[in-house]
Design a protein around this ligand. Structure first.
Ligand SMILES: C[S@@+](CC[C@H](N)C(=O)[O-])C[C@H]1O[C@@H](n2cnc3c(N)ncnc32)[C@H](O)[C@@H]1O
Length: 235
């Protein structure tokens, strides 16, 4: 048996009760080291821990798959929620196992951000640049989202210089694409741990570096749908 679970945004208090139960009952717990550290206190002494990084994840997931096919109860922990910026890793788990696997949602950094910054999901688009492959379609989508006067919650890409698309790169790109330099933006770091929040304009964001553990909110300047007066009812 194998299940992928969202470990939440960083503080173990945000892990779901079902997720905690599955970890406590597991024979094997696998994941990136930083995510394993979130749930470490729940992993039984008897469990095998399979830790991995970006470079060895395929080989390490093959080891998890062997345990799964041998009948062990395996849990793979994901940062936040699997369903936002987690699917490429989920696909790697499924490739290693040779079949679709079950998943359990977790609380995403996007949900914590929405709660802290009071934004409504209905009026917000979620975009991640923390992904392999061509980022261009996602960049264009972000521009369209803002032109359509929707909020955007954006996960940046912290990888090497060739791919890095961090908040300051995103801000510069948006200004180049014609989004006003005065557009408000927020950057939140280390949500649920050592939180830091910053509010400014795209122009200011373009000049300011932040840590990898950051998430952006670009809030539409249009009124929320709930604040728009309905048209008068004809007499
Ligand atoms: C591969 S994505 C995974 C996102 C995760 N699935 C989620 O739902 O939050 C990792 C990126 O999410 C963002 N992130 C995750 N947790 C965060 C937190 N607690 N505070 C701020 N940003 C966070 C960071 O940009 C980090 O590099």
């Amino acid at each position: 048996m194998i299940i992928c679970i969202g470990a939440g945004p960083g503080d173990v208090g945000y892990l779901t009760q079902r997720g905690a139960e599955l970890i406590r009952d597991a024979d094997v717990v696998a994941g990136f080291e930083a995510v394993l550290n979130v749930v470490r206190s729940l992993i039984p002494d008897t469990a095998r821990v399979i830790s991995m990084g970006y470079r060895d994840q395929v080989e390490q997931l093959d080891k998890v798959a062997v345990e799964h096919h041998a009948g062990k109860k395996c849990v793979v922990v994901f940062m936040g929620d699997i369903h936002f910026s987690g699917f490429q890793y989920l696909e790697r788990v499924e490739r290693a196992c040779g079949h679709p696997v079950e998943s359990l949602p977790g609380i995403s950094s996007a949900q914590i951000l929405a709660s802290r910054a009071k934004v409504c999901f209905d009026e917000t688009t979620f975009i991640t640049f923390h992904r392999r492959g061509d980022l261009e379609p996602f960049k264009r989508h972000l521009v369209h989202v803002l032109q359509d006067q929707r909020n955007a919650i954006v996960i940046p890409c912290p990888w090497d210089a060739a791919r890095s698309f961090m908040p300051w790169h995103i801000a510069k790109y948006l200004i180049e694409q014609g989004i006003p330099a005065s557009q408000p933006v927020e950057v939140w770091e280390n949500l649920t741990r050592n939180e830091a929040e910053w509010h400014g304009t795209l122009a200011e964001c373009a000049e300011r570096e932040v840590s990898d553990m950051s998430i952006m909110l670009i809030r539409t300047m249009a009124p929320m749908a709930s604040q728009i007066e309905p048209p008068p009812v004809p007499a």
